[in-house]
Design a protein around this ligand. Structure first.
Ligand code: F6R
Length: 242
């Protein structure tokens, strides 16, 4: 695991560099996209490179990490819409090139299985962008998640719903209670994992991720077993590292 401590804009550039290098070497690369605040500066930087440096996503594909269950199709916080707004619509990803778990499916279990198949059929994810929750979750694999888990339905913890209430008028009651999420084993199948975290609120989770024992109670610690992980943190998020 490589850990880089640098100011936020610098960490965004490092992540964008990794994605640009991949796309220039392999235009048909498969990217893994995260929602939330942590990758936003990376998406801004990728959009800038698309506009100014001709970085193209035209042959790339992308898979989302997770999706809320039951948010209406047009809801602005539906992750599919967030990804469309924050990155897909700002670069030249082809229509249909981004896929996500279908949180509106009648049969959610079948939707999860279909999603796993789609990732496999695409040849797996080359580079997965990740954030980390204050409780150590990655995607929506909350504490107690099986380290061998695959895409499935999960209940969101109170902590995560409170953390995400800022996207729902600061009203935790509006935050969905369930989600579909790639499992920890699904994420571990990606070939390169790039995790970003900013601020002191993430310090304990980053400490556990880098220095804690591998445990389902801190799901991100499973990444210690991955051969190619880049952790990009600012001073605040790094403040509990030894
Ligand atoms: C989002 C996701 C979550 C977030 C995490 C951190 O797709 O999978 O695991 O990465 O909740 O969220 P932010 O970046 O908003 O602090």
């Amino acid at each position: 695991m490589e850990v880089v401590i640098a100011p936020g804009p610098e960490t965004a550039r490092i992540a964008a560099d990794a994605i640009e290098k991949l796309l220039r070497a392999r235009p048909q690369a498969v990217l893994g996209l995260a929602t939330g605040s942590s990758p936003l500066a990376v998406y801004d930087e990728l959009a800038r490179r698309h506009d100014e440096d001709g970085l193209s996503f035209a042959h790339a594909r992308a898979f989302m990490l997770d999706e809320y269950v039951g948010l209406p199709a047009e809801h602005p916080e539906r992750y599919r819409n967030v990804i469309e707004k924050e990155i897909a619509s700002r670069v030249d990803l082809a229509p249909g090139a981004v896929q996500g778990p279908d949180g509106l499916a009648d049969d959610l279990v079948a939707a999860c299985a279909a999603y796993e198949r789609a990732i496999l059929d695409a040849g797996g994810v080359d580079l997965q962008i990740l954030g980390i929750g204050t409780d150590g979750h990655i995607a929506f694999n909350e504490p107690g998640s099986s380290l061998a888990s695959r895409t499935r339905i999960k209940t969101l913890t109170r902590q995560t719903r409170e953390d995400n209430a800022r996207f729902f008028d600061d009203d935790v009651a509006q935050v969905p209670t369930h989600c579909l999420t790639q499992g920890l084993a699904t994420i571990m199948s990606a070939r390169h994992l790039v995790l970003l975290a900013q601020g002191r609120g993430k310090a304990e989770a980053v400490h556990q991720l880098v220095e804690g024992p591998v445990s389902a109670m801190w799901p991100a610690t499973v990444l210690q077993h991955h051969p190619h992980v880049t952790v990009l943190v600012d001073d605040g998020a790094a403040s509990r590292l030894q």
